[in-house]
Write a protein that binds this ligand. Structure first.
Ligand code: PBG
Length: 332
């Protein structure tokens, strides 16, 4: 670091460059662009269907045909990629989550439909069993814990059907040990060496995922909690170890999740590894801002943009946010 130049008043007046908007723009250190945003979307069966999610005002689950349409609108606004999450019929949920590796499952059909219409829009798929698992867990739940290695095998199958459907980026969010290396190996062996891996490397056992679990219908199924696999919010050094392992196993990008309560983690990862580092502004963060906005307690659009800029300042290269489309429109 070069020596910090302190200056002194009155020769130095830091308010001077703040006087005019053009000047503030010139000296802005960070900028939020639509190209920084990834839009997470929820998909359901059916045609021309959309369902509101009570705990996520403004967010709807979409049938594939509507998703394809909205994805096109997002692309037009300059959003580079979407991340697809399914709400699976409860009847298809099993302890091993086998619907997750059915090549005809809802996610795979959604990916294929979006890529067919919008080949140049990035499509990211979550890898984890929870939308498909009758116990609501990201892996196989047995005696109060999730089995690691047995789950990793199933995650590889899930990743393969997603890659076959045309998914560009596989994003394991399950937090099993060793899954990045295993999935990389499985993808490469099947001829998918071009498919990227975005690891949810530092994913915390967080209360902020509540509305998401409403959205994919895993909340009522969930037995116990996810503390045996997701990280303890008390830890920061451990996040660096998670990232180091995932990079060594072949992750192309790493993610921190949730976002705003973990900006310190984003900054440490960026400083230490200098790799593509993403942040997920999760459902609970989105819901808090929307709730305050709907009550007239703050200006929701401004608070949202300020929050997303904070992610950039902390070192995020890109941000997953449910507000991506609205924000991109406002940035216009
Ligand atoms: C599950 C998964 C979760 C989210 C993304 N993938 C929830 C969880 O771990 O329980 C949360 C996203 C959000 O809250 O917006 N593998």
């Amino acid at each position: 670091m070069p020596p910090f130049f302190p200056g002194s008043y009155p020769a130095t007046r830091l308010r001077r460059p703040r006087l005019q908007p053009w000047s503030r723009n010139l000296v802005a250190e960070h900028v939020l662009r639509p190209a920084d945003l990834i839009w997470p979307v929820f998909v359901i069966e059916g045609k021309d269907r959309q369902e509101p999610i009570a705990s996520m005002p403004g967010v709807v689950r979409l049938s594939i045909d509507l998703l394809v349409k909205r994805a096109g609108e997002a692309k037009k606004l300059g959003i580079p990629a979407i991340a697809i999450f399914p709400k699976i019929d409860a009847k298809l949920k099993t302890p091993d989550g086998k619907e997750s590796w059915n090549p005809e499952n809802l996610v795979c059909r959604a990916v294929a439909a979006v890529k067919k219409k919008h080949p140049d829009l990035g499509v990211i798929c979550d890898v984890a069993l929870d939308p498909f698992n009758s116990d609501g867990h990201d892996g196989i739940w047995l005696d109060g814990d999730v089995l690691n290695d047995a789950t990793v095998e199933l995650l590889c199958r899930q990743a393969l059907v997603q890659a076959e459907a045309g998914c560009d980026v596989i994003a394991p969010s399950d937090m099993m040990d060793g899954r990045i290396g295993a999935i990389r190996g499985a993808l490469d062996a099947a001829g998918f060496s071009h498919v990227q891996l975005l690891s949810y490397a530092a994913k915390y056992a967080s209360a902020f995922y509540g509305p998401f679990r409403d959205a994919v219908g895993s909340k009522s199924a969930l037995k116990g909690d996810k503390k045996t696999y997701q990280m303890d919010p008390a830890n920061s050094d451990e996040a660096l170890r998670e990232v180091a392992l995932d990079l060594a196993e072949g992750a192309d990008m790493v993610m921190v999740k949730p976002g705003l309560p973990y900006l310190d983690i984003i900054r440490r990862i960026k400083d230490n590894f200098k790799v593509p580092t993403l942040a997920y502004q999760v459902s609970g963060e989105y819901a808090m801002l929307k709730a305050a906005d709907r009550n007239g307690w703050l200006d929701g659009d401004k608070a949202m943009q300020e929050t997303l800029l904070a992610f950039k300042r902390a070192g995020s290269d890109a941000i997953l946010t449910y507000a991506a489309v609205d924000v991109a429109r406002n940035l216009g």
